[in-house]
Design a protein around this ligand. Structure first.
Ligand code: PLP
Length: 347
């Protein structure tokens, strides 16, 4: 294994990590500074963390019978879930290509990881998924909704059948909604509509793609009894007073972030349209703040963008289905204009 690599982005247009490209407006920066300055950093985190849980519960309109727990980013929640399911022979399953931390966390903890390839157009291969569920009876199945790096939402009927199959042997299904701010659908509506069919489902979200990637705040919603068990594995004080205050502040100004997400969705359409008009490029549909694009030569295109001061993610070696694919994070209008011009400049 190697440690999670973060590309050096000093001085670059940073379109590699699905961050929100908009900084906080100056008046909110000042207000946040004052709030953080007043936080009792000499004390261990206390009731403010409960205030944040209550604010998030209101924000998501927590379904009846569910509770919510916090993580230091959803990465920590993934680790806690792996720890919770770490019994001899336990398996973690996820479609591939997918979010790397599912496999990495399983391997670090000594669990078996089973990856099931998507179809060539990045849909769930339902028969293959069902067969893998029956064969491996995974303790955890991850469904990223939308998926990273393919940016699409999978068929809800297929997902319902996978959840039912996992339920038949007591397996958990984690719906990872990291990209919820940009997505037209949420599994939370399914949970509300049919709690019984989703009794083995945990829904995970993060404030990272929302606009607080630097803050580290993830949360997980699920049936009370289930969340209660996983919460036992959480290190005390895993969410700092600064994370909590910052997240509370952001939720108080949720409309600012919603407006940014709206702009990002508009820019996503602009970017997909421009890519569609570029000969040799194939952009895939997106319900997230990234666009997966197949180009004639991924390495050359990546290097050319980098030479022009733009950092994207070359995912072409991540999985055979991603041959010659780059993942572009949707930026501000001016960043996207630069990106489009640079992509259309022959290397
Ligand atoms: C970015 C991402 C996360 C990680 O979120 P953090 O809260 O920043 O740890 C989780 N899941 C998916 C699918 C992601 O793309």
């Amino acid at each position: 294994m190697h440690a999670y690599a973060v590309q050096d982005s000093t001085g670059m247009v940073k379109l590699d990590a699905m961050e929100n490209p908009f900084a906080l407006p100056p008046e909110l920066q000042a207000a946040l500074g004052a709030r953080l300055g007043a936080v009792a950093v000499n004390r261990y985190p206390g009731p403010r963390v409960d205030d944040l849980k209550a604010a998030l519960a209101r924000y998501v309109d927590l379904p009846a019978g569910c509770s919510l727990m916090l993580g230091n980013g959803s990465d920590e929640l993934i680790s806690l879930l792996t720890l919770a399911c770490d019994l001899p022979g336990a398996t973690v399953l996820a479609p591939l290509p997918g979010f790397v931390m599912y496999a990495m966390s399983a391997q670090l903890q000594g669990l078996k990881f089973v990856g099931v390839p998507l179809t060539v157009d990045f849909e769930l291969d339902e028969p293959a998924m069902l067969a893998a569920l029956r064969e491996h009876r995974p303790a955890i199945t991850y469904i990223a909704y939308p998926n990273n790096p393919t940016a699409n939402l999978w068929n809800a009927d297929s997902i319902r059948r996978l959840i039912a199959e996992a339920a038949s042997f007591g397996g958990l299904v984690v719906m990872d909604e990291a990209y919820q701010p940009f997505s037209p659908r949420s599994w939370l509506d399914e949970i509300r509509a049919d709690p019984a069919a989703n009794a083995n489902v945990l829904l995970m979200r993060t404030l990272s793609k929302f606009g607080l990637a630097g803050v580290r705040l993830g949360y997980m919603v699920g049936p009370q009894a289930l969340v209660h068990e996983i919460d036992k594995l959480r290190p005390p004080y895993n969410v700092s007073v600064l994370n909590a205050e910052c997240a509370l502040f952001a939720l108080e100004h949720a409309e600012v972030f919603a407006q940014q997400a709206q702009q990002i969705c508009e820019q996503r359409a602009v970017l997909i349209d421009a890519l569609g008009q570029t000969p040799g490029f194939q952009a895939f549909p997106s319900e997230a703040n990234m666009v997966l694009v197949r180009v004639p030569d991924a390495q050359r295109c990546f290097d050319s963008l980098k030479a022009q001061g733009i950092l994207v993610k070359n995912v072409s070696k991540m999985h055979p289905l991603l041959t010659h694919c780059l993942r572009l994070t949707v930026g501000t209008p001016s960043e996207n204009a630069l990106l489009i011009r640079a992509l259309q400049t022959p290397p």
